[in-house]
Design a protein around this ligand. Sequence first.
Ligand SMILES: [Zn+2]
Length: 293
Amino acid sequence: MVAVLTREVVPLGRELPITDNHMHLDPKKGEGMEAVRKFLREGGRTIFVVSKLTWDLGLSGVSVENFSRLYRATIELAKLAEEQGVRAFPVLGVHPAEYHRMIESAGIERAKEVAEGALELAARLISEGEAVAIGEVGRPHYPVAEEIVGACEELMLHAFELARELGCAVQLHTERIDEEGLAKIAQLASKAGLRRERVVKHFCPPLIEKSEELGVMPSLIASRKNVLAALEQGDRFLMESDYIDDASRPGAVLSPRSVPRLTMRLLSEGRLTEEQVWRIHADNVERTYGVLL
Ligand SMILES: [Zn+2]
């Protein structure tokens, strides 16, 4: 007689997927792989390793070559992280704070040429399977002149166009955003022909319903208040620590432990179900980035 498969036969206690959607690693200024081990020890499984700024590597000047070195370093850090036992996906881009500084030092024409070249290089590495997404790109989070905002938006549009061609996601860094700001970003994605689901708003406030309505994917800092507010509206979001791995700025952001810790705590308190953990840390991630965990 053939055994009938019932729910009971399905292996229980599958290891939970825990994904940090936005983490930086900087062995030079911070703790590098020790941060990855901290994440792993708390139950973390997947990290999106986002490139920092070329000056974090001690590079000066404005050149595509500097970005090439930054991207190679980011890809290498992701490989080292995988050796620690996590899945690590590199995300490569031109940080808006860096683009701002490039414009100030080299002028808008030259800065634009280099930044576009850097994004095109990121796109090539993604097409070769070395990285999975473009980011972080966008606008500075601090007030800047209109001219800078305009230049950043042009660059963001270029990133969206490259992402459309590749079918990849874009992680966005912006000023503190509201519903109206999110709607404008969604419109910009449509203008570039990029599927809105590919637009990940990093450091997003808990605007879960609005994001769903617009089609963009919010990524929330793993603070208890933030995530509980989000859960009241659903589970269509990602979680991140925005760890910057810089020992000179302790407390500037959350620790690399924060995403797994908060997830496990909310799960044990019954504020989050196992099904929701799978949705937030696996389904939403796979759908947004087109990766398999
Ligand atoms: Zn960041």
